[in-house]
Design a protein around this ligand. Sequence first.
Ligand code: PMP
Length: 337
Amino acid sequence: MSTSPMRRSYESIPRYTPDLSPCRVDLSDNTNAWGTPPAALDAIALSRSAARYPTPYGEDLKAALATYTGMPTEMIATGCGSDDILDCAMRAFAEPRERFVYPVPTFVMGPVFAQLNGLTPVATPLAELPGAGRIVYLCSPNNPTGALTSRSQVESLLRACTPEQVVIIDEAYVEYVGASVIDLIHRHDRLVVTRTLSKAFGLAGLRVGYALAQPALIHELEKARGPYKVSSIAEAAAVAALTDGLEWVKAHVRIALRMRQLLVRELRQRELEPLPSAANFLFVPMPNAVALARRMRELGVAVRGFESPSGFRINVAPWEMLEDALATLDQARQECA
Ligand code: PMP
């Protein structure tokens, strides 16, 4: 018997360690560079409920999400970020050692949460997902590429999946698209759509996410999640963002889409070709992107470098920030050439 008190299957799992060195402009994490809806900030300032527990499963938040999504409250589960929802889904819908399958590249935390819950993550091409694993994960728009999976592709995936497969569609960036697949939930009892208030809603620091699925799946997700995961302050801010703050959110999505267009134009002028993006960031393929991102960070601008495929991901942001980032990119490219 091992004498170590540690869990052996965790040995190969790293702690999440993003670069936190100070920078002037941070365009590395796909959050809302315009900030938080003022209505949500007011709700935080006015919150007087910290002495008591929140409702066990975020009932006020579910009511606001029901109005926002058009789905009934019994088809909504809330969580401490959509990370929490993904984590819970691993426990709710698979036994240890079953497979979690996903096309690459995609959001890095999916396979990590799978492993943390004893599942086996297996990178699998889209066409081979049906029948390949217990939980199928597809991120659309995808992080880090920005690619949108078409509705018809999602529909054929759902049709092809076997009855014991649960399909998770991660719509973290859906507000930048305007089109969603949540209506398919009514027809597919194995579909879970996850979403977050960390991106367009500007609440990443408060950790609020949610899932939409048929009531039987929501029930299992909530069992796996446990009570009190969304704090009362986060819940109050999220409700405000979804109601009084909604116009602010929509207006800033429109601005973000305009800035994305301008950023594409600027990058093309530099003979870079960002991938077509449906989200609030661009993926720019180029060689030595990790070294370039490192140098940009030293120069005060954070973007996220990726090794495979080689490229960097950059948030859309107010124009002054993008101008600064582009000038820094020019300098770093010259130096890294
Ligand atoms: N899904 C995707 C695709 C993401 O990009 C992120 C954040 N980077 C998340 C989920 C997790 O977001 P959060 O936990 O803040 O809701």
